[in-house]
Every structure is written in structure tokens, then in C-alpha cells.
Ligand binder design. Structure first.
Ligand code: ACO
Length: 374
């Protein structure tokens, strides 16, 4: 049988291109809907544990109670980092490197902790280790001793515990878990696609995830929520919002937390995160919540005037910033928290790609010199 010749199509940034099939998540960018393995986001995210979400993505069905507990125990048993990882984190902290850089370096070293050769086992090791790497590194950056993981706590609770050594309140754990569930998977976003490209070559799970961390770091993808919150801090009071935002747009800057490649209506994840965040902004904190809502309204109005008809709406990162701030995370940990969640989706996508996929190999349009002679 001969291979059919396909007419090449140029789509900058692969916009509108379907590169593979997936059973993991479905985005309807026109209706503003996100489905995770068959469940509407707003149904599952506030209710499931993160361990249940992982099982769902990896096995394509929810776990029963013994399966859920077994996975939780399995992950808890893999939280401790090899000493070489701690050495690298100390060296990175001495240089004051960003948390995402330390995470990328440490993730690559997790090949040292793999207990067997299966990609599923590697996926569990990576997911289990991310919170330990991030919490340990954050404490090293503050010149504090890292806190050992607590095997009796769930994935989300243990991350909060390792940051400050205090047993976290249930409301903070639930809010973090809702966040992790909300952003665990989202079609072929840049970091997930990176993981799939690497997996498509037959490379290993650690390589796929290490590459994905690099893609997530960028401000156009996972790096947006810190700057989004910093803009709100800079604005400070509602009456300053219009002038500050207009000045940013006039200078050609992009407003972090707004716009999306796929959603041309409001990102459904924003509302799930807003609902989870509200409880933290009562009493003396209510004014900050009102400021955030005002900044959002002004930004949407000015963006529509700036790029009429382009459908620039609030994306997940704006309310990520609000929720993670409400939980009490510093802005430097916003993108790393995203990685703690998304590594679940990355591993599920890498497993799916390895099982069913073809090697990712698009074409390029050559624009260089012609007919030169050496
Ligand atoms: N602020 C100002 N202008 C914007 C913004 C923004 N946030 N987003 C897009 N635009 C402009 C673009 O420059 C473009 O203008 P042009 O055609 O005159 O050059 C126009 O609006 C349309 O842009 P899109 O084609 O919709 O944007 P694209 O799909 O290329 O990029 C992206 C999407 C990267 C998310 C973009 O909207 C952006 O940079 N947003 C800010 C960063 C951000 O919040 N990223 C997080 C995204 S969610 C996630 O990754 C988890």
C-alpha cells in the first residue's frame, strides 16, 4: 500500500490543527466548556480528590475506595527525594534560581528513583515527587530546612504541610485540591503537547515531563498568574485600574490572565476557581476581592476596545492567582503549583501517546536564502 500524499497546510502556531486523538479532556472553546474524561469540570473539580483525578486519567474510570486508597499510599511512599536531588536543590538555592528551573533540574534526576522500567511507575514517581521538590526548594530559598513529607496526609495537604510544617486547615486543602483538579489536563496546550512530542519518539517518561516543565515556565503559558496578581497589587485601588491597564496596553504589553488560543468566551475554569476562592476573601479581605473583580471588568472592557471582536476573555490564570493567593501561596509558587497539577495530565498524555500515537513530525515553510554557493 502506498502512503497517501497530504497537501501541506500552513497554520502558524499549529492553530486549528488536530494532531492526535485523546480520551483525556475535551475543550469546547465556543461554548466555554471543559470535560475531563467524560465529567463536566464544574461537577468533578470541587468534589474529587486529586488522587481520584489521577486514577481517572490514568485508568479512564474512577477508582473504588480500595483502589483510591492504594494509589494514595503508593504516591505517599514515593514522596522522598534521592540525596542527589537535594544536592542539586541546595546548589540551585545558593544561586537563587527560579523555582521552575529547580523543578526542571530535579525532575530530570528522578530517573535515579525509578523502581522499575514501566512508564506507569515513572508517572507515579514524578507526580509524587513534584510537591516535595517544590516545597523543599522553596524552604531552601528562604534559608529554612526542608520538611520531610507526611505519609498520612493526602497529596494536596502534604504539599501545604511541607511548606510550613503546620497541619493545613481543611478549607485550604479543599481549595488547593479544587485548583489541582481544575488544571490537571486541558487538551494539547503547549506543555502537554511538548510531553506528547517527546513521548511520540519512544523516549522515556522522565524526558517527556522534564521537557513539559520547560514549556510551562513561559509567561504566555503557565507563567501568567504571578504577573496577573502583581498587576492587581500595582493597581492597588479601583480608581487607578483604568489608567494602569490602558498604559500597559498602549505600551503593547499583553495583560496576563486574559486571552486564550482556544476559548473565545470565558474560560470555564475561571468560574470554578472563583467559586473556590470567594470564601477566603471575607471581612478585612473582602476589599481585595472587590478590587480583583473591578480590575477584571476594566481589563475586559479595555481589551475589547484594544482588539475589537477578538474575544479576549479572562483565562484560568487570573483566578488561579486569586485562589492561590487566598490559600496563602506566594506568587513565586503559582507556576510550580500549576506543575504539581499538570504533571498528572502530562503523564496521562505521554502514556496515551506511547500507546496509540504516531511520531509528531510537522513540516516547516522555508524562508531562508536560495541558491547560495559555498
Ligand atoms: N493582552 C493584550 N493583547 C492580547 C492579549 C492579552 N492578554 N492576548 C492576545 N492579545 C492580542 C494579540 O496580540 C493579538 O493581536 P494581533 O493579532 O494584533 O497581533 C490578538 O489579541 C489576538 O490574539 P490571539 O490570536 O487570540 O492570541 P494567541 O492565540 O496567539 O495567544 C495567548 C494566546 C498566548 C494566551 C495570549 O492571549 C496571551 O499572551 N495572553 C496573556 C498571557 C496569558 O494569560 N497566558 C495564559 C494562558 S492560559 C494557559 O496557558 C494555562
Amino acid at each position: 500500500m502506498t502512503t497517501p500524499t497530504l497537501d501541506p497546510v500552513y497554520r502558524p502556531g499549529l492553530q486549528g490543527v488536530i494532531a492526535a486523538e485523546t480520551r483525556l479532556s475535551h475543550i469546547d472553546g465556543q461554548a466555554g466548556q471543559l470535560v475531563i474524561a467524560g465529567y463536566a469540570l464544574e461537577d468533578i473539580a470541587p468534589r474529587a480528590t486529586f488522587e481520584e483525578m489521577l486514577f481517572l486519567l490514568w485508568q479512564d474510570r474512577p477508582p473504588d475506595a480500595p483502589e483510591r486508597d492504594a494509589l494514595a499510599a503508593q504516591l505517599a511512599a514515593r514522596r522522598t527525594l534521592p540525596p542527589q536531588v537535594m544536592d542539586v536543590l541546595r546548589a540551585a538555592a545558593a544561586r537563587g534560581l527560579p523555582v521552575m528551573d529547580a523543578l526542571r533540574m530535579a525532575a530530570g534526576l528522578l530517573s535515579l528513583s525509578l523502581s522499575d522500567d514501566t512508564p506507569q511507575s515513572a508517572a507515579e514517581t514524578l507526580v509524587a515527587a513534584f510537591p516535595t521538590i517544590i516545597a523543599a526548594y522553596w524552604r531552601l530559598l528562604q534559608a529554612e530546612t526542608p520538611i520531610d513529607p507526611h505519609s498520612d496526609l493526602g497529596h494536596a495537604a502534604n504539599f501545604l504541610y511541607m511548606l510550613d510544617g503546620q497541619p493545613p486547615e481543611a478549607s485550604r486543602v479543599r481549595a488547593l485540591e479544587t485548583y489541582l483538579n481544575t488544571v490537571i489536563d486541558h487538551g494539547f496546550n503547549a506543555s502537554t503537547f511538548t510531553a506528547r512530542v517527546i513521548a511520540s519518539t519512544g523516549s522515556d517518561m522522565v524526558a517527556a515531563i522534564t521537557g513539559a516543565i520547560g514549556a510551562l515556565k513561559g509567561p504566555l503559558h503557565g507563567g501568567a498568574p504571578g504577573p496577573a496578581l502583581e498587576l492587581v497589587f500595582e493597581i492597588g485601588t479601583p480608581e487607578r485600574a483604568e489608567a494602569v491597564i490602558q498604559e500597559r496596553l498602549d505600551q503593547g504589553e499583553r495583560l496576563m490572565g486574559f486571552g486564550h488560543r482556544v476559548y473565545k468566551v470565558r474560560d470555564p475554569r475561571a468560574d470554578v476557581l472563583n467559586a473556590a476562592a470567594e470564601r477566603f476573601f471575607v471581612g478585612e479581605h473582602a476589599a481585595f476581592y472587590e478590587l480583583v473583580r473591578h480590575v477584571e471588568a476594566v481589563a475586559l472592557r479595555l481589551l475589547e476596545a484594544h482588539k475589537p471582536g477578538r474575544g479576549l476573555q479572562t483565562n484560568v490564570e487570573f483566578y488561579t492567582a486569586l485562589l492561590l493567593h487566598g490559600i496563602g501561596l506566594p506568587t513565586e509558587l503559582f507556576t510550580p503549583a500549576f506543575a504539581i497539577a499538570r504533571v498528572g495530565g502530562w503523564t496521562a498524555n505521554a502514556l496515551e501517546q506511547q500507546a496509540n500515537g504516531r511520531i509528531m513530525r510537522p513540516l516547516s515553510a522555508y524562508t531562508g536564502a536560495q541558491s547560495r554557493r559555498w
